[in-house]
Ligand binder design. Structure first.
Ligand code: SF4
Ligand code: SF4
Length: 267
């Protein structure tokens, strides 16, 4: 099992992973945990692509990563079957039963910065966290671990945050990422979105972080293809429904994205 799963990750170009027995300290939502699950393997998915000009957050430049997770789940099941491994294995990301950041940090894949994000030594904070729940132990001793253990505490992320929502500066302020997704904006919020350099999401606390200065681009094919980095009114209006539904910014509908573009005066 160990070497088979290790080679699965190698094929997928996933380097940072580790497994452990599932214990109460790692569970956020017990009802979401499959009844057979006794072990969890946590892994990092780097997503930063090589785009020079963009007006959406890095995570939204490729197709929605939930499509990647779906494809990965299928490849994992095929892989187990092909290698004669009788094991139930379910991949979780985002909507997970696990305390993902705690799990990833405790198992040595990164550390949490003052910006609240997990930071990895190679890919910086431009990573998604995902898990595989299994019944048997997958001892992934070949996964890399991050050497650095702590954020520098420089506070650049807090100082640069455009909505002042980091570090308790303004306890009621919303993150720009949330504001760009909101259906209705107050006049003050609309003003913030208007001044913001992205029409979807916010990467400011990542871009100013010294740990991200040399963050490497993702080696994973999915995050380097079908890229949409710059949104205009025409680009959004002309996307057919299928293409639009594949994007991370689709879940709020076209109107919200178009409103943000209008506010940013990108016509
Ligand atoms: S994503 Fe932007 S608005 Fe949100 S905490 Fe980071 S810098 Fe602040
Ligand atoms: S900008 Fe500084 S304080 Fe903020 S997460 Fe990065 S190293 Fe830590």
């Amino acid at each position: 099992m160990e070497r088979f799963i290790g080679s699965f990750f190698e094929n997928e170009k996933i380097e940072y992973f580790a497994s452990t027995a599932i214990s109460a300290e790692y569970i956020a939502i017990p009802r979401k945990l499959p009844p057979y699950a006794k072990y969890v393997t946590v892994f990092l998915i780097p997503y930063k692509s090589d785009v020079a000009d963009r007006n959406v957050s890095y995570y939204a430049v490729p197709r929605d990563y939930h499509f990647y997770i779906k494809e990965l789940q299928k490849r994992l099941c095929d892989f187990l079957e092909k290698n004669g491994i009788n094991e139930k294995a379910e991949i979780f990301a985002d909507n997970s039963p696990f305390l993902e950041r705690k799990l990833a940090c405790d198992l040595g894949l990164g550390f949490v910065g003052k910006n609240g994000l997990i930071i990895n030594e190679k890919y910086g904070s431009y990573v998604f966290i995902a898990e595989i729940a299994t019944e048997r132990k997958i001892d992934l001793s070949c996964g890399k671990k991050t050497e650095r253990k702590e954020c520098l505490g420089c506070g650049k992320c807090i100082f640069a945050c455009p909505s002042q929502c980091l570090g308790g500066k303004d306890p009621v302020a919303s993150c720009m990422s949330e504001l760009t997704q909101k259906k209705r904006l107050s006049p003050d919020e609309a003003e913030l979105v208007k001044k913001h350099y992205l029409v979807w999401g916010c990467d400011v606390c990542q871009e100013v972080c010294p740990h991200n200065a040399k963050a490497e681009k993702t080696p994973i094919g999915f995050f380097n293809e079908k890229l949409v980095a710059h949104l205009t009114k025409d680009a959004v209006s002309l996307m057919d429904d299928t293409a639009f539904s594949e994007r991370a910014f689709s879940w709020r509908g076209r109107e919200v994205v178009l409103r943000n573009i209008e506010l940013s005066d990108i016509l």
